[in-house]
Ligand binder design. Structure first.
Ligand SMILES: C[S@@+](CC[C@H](N)C(=O)[O-])C[C@H]1O[C@@H](n2cnc3c(N)ncnc32)[C@H](O)[C@@H]1O
Length: 284
C-alpha cells in the first residue's frame, strides 16, 4: 500500500462520494492510491472540512474486526460446495486477499486468479497476509482492471466468486460479471455471489463505495437465467446480512441442496470421493 505521504493534496485518486451505511445520510469517499478516507458526517461545522483518516488494507474491504470471519465464511462455503485443490478459482474483486490468503495455499499452483482494480490492495495483501514465498510456490495470478472484459475469455475456471462485489455495483456491472463468469466457467462450474436483497433495484450508475446497493431477488434470478445459469439462494449466513446465491452451469450438481441448506455432512454423504467408507454404511 502506498503511504499517505505519497499523495499530495491534489494527487488523490478519489472514489465518488457514496453513502457509508444504510439508514444514514453520511457520505464517504476514499483515495484508491493511499487509502485516505473522508466522511461528510465527521465534518467540522466551522470549516466544513470532512473528517478523514487512513484506511488500512483490511479496513478498505470491510469491518476490520470481522476480516477473519469473512475469510472463514467464504472458504468454508467454497469447500462445502466441493472446491478441491485441483480446481481453478476466479476471485472477482479479490481486494486485500481476505479470501485469497486461505485459497492460495489450498489450491494447486497456478489455480488462483484474483481480479482487482486496486493494485495497492493486492500488494498489501501479499506483503501482510500471504508472503512472497507463497506467491513463488503457488503462483497466483492477478488482473488489475475495472472491466470484466479485461479478464481473458479463453481462461477456464471451475469456481468463481464475487464476495461483496454486487453490493457496490450498478446493474450493468453485475450483468457484465455474470456474463463473463458464464463464459469462463466450465460446464460443471459455478459462480457464487453475495449481495443485498431489496424491494427495489438500485438504478444508479457507477461503482458505489463505500456505500451499498440493493437488488430484487427476481432481478438476480433473471440475470442468472439470461446468462444461461441456474439460480439458487443459500442459507449460508453472512456476518453483514448479505444473501449468498449459486449461479450454476448445466452440469454442476445442486441436487443435494435444493432446499438451500449446504452442510459439510451432506456433502460427504452425497459425494463418494469425499470419504473412504462404503456407500450405505452409516457414519457414527
Ligand atoms: C467490499 S470489497 C470486497 C473484497 C473481497 N471480495 C473480500 O471479500 O474481501 C470490494 C472490492 O471490489 C473491488 N472492485 C472495485 N471495482 C470493481 C470492479 N469493477 N470489478 C470487480 N471488483 C471491483 C474493490 O477494489 C474492492 O477490493
Amino acid at each position: 500500500m502506498a503511504e499517505a505521504s505519497q499523495c499530495g493534496d491534489d494527487q488523490h485518486d478519489w472514489s465518488v462520494w457514496g453513502p457509508t451505511a444504510a439508514g444514514t445520510e453520511a457520505l464517504g469517499r476514499i483515495c484508491f492510491r493511499c487509502g485516505k478516507f473522508q466522511r461528510s458526517d465527521l465534518a467540522d461545522a466551522a470549516t466544513n472540512v470532512p473528517g478523514e483518516g487512513i484506511a488500512s488494507y483490511r479496513g478498505f474491504v470491510g469491518p476490520q474486526e470481522r476480516y477473519d470471519i469473512v475469510s472463514a465464511m467464504t472458504f468454508n462455503l467454497l469447500t462445502t460446495l466441493g472446491l478441491r485443490q485441483h480446481h481453478r478459482v476466479l476471485d472477482i474483486g479479490c481486494g486485500s486477499l481476505r479470501n485469497g490468503r486461505l485459497l492460495v495455499p489450498y489450491l494447486n499452483a497456478g489455480n488462483y486468479v484474483g481480479f482487482e482494480p486496486n493494485r495497492w490492495l493486492v500488494e498489501a495483501g501479499i506483503r501482510h497476509e500471504m508472503g512472497k514465498d507463497l506467491v513463488d510456490i503457488k503462483k497466483p495470478k492477478f488482473v488489475h482492471s475495472t472491466s470484466p472484459t479485461d479478464l481473458d475469455a479463453s481462461l477456464r475456471f471451475d469456481y468463481a466468486f464475487a464476495q461483496a462485489i454486487f453490493i457496490h455495483s450498478p446493474l450493468d456491472l453485475v450483468r457484465a460479471w455474470i456474463t463473463r463468469a458464464a463464459q469462463v466457467l466450465e460446464s460443471n462450474g459455478v459462480l457464487l455471489a453475495s449481495f443485498h436483497v431489496g424491494e427495489e433495484d438500485y438504478t444508479g450508475d457507477g461503482w458505489v463505495y463505500p456505500g451499498h446497493v440493493y437488488f430484487r431477488l427476481d432481478t438476480m434470478q433473471r440475470e442468472a437465467t439470461n446468462a444461461g445459469f441456474r439460480f439458487q439462494t443459500l442459507s449460508w449466513r453472512h456476518p453483514s446480512g448479505l444473501a449468498w446465491a449459486v449461479f450454476s452451469q448445466r452440469d454442476f450438481d445442486t441436487s443435494w441442496f435444493a432446499d438451500g441448506e449446504v452442510t459439510w455432512n451432506k456433502k460427504v454423504d452425497i459425494d463418494p470421493s469425499y470419504r473412504s467408507w462404503p456407500v450405505g454404511r452409516p457414519w457414527i
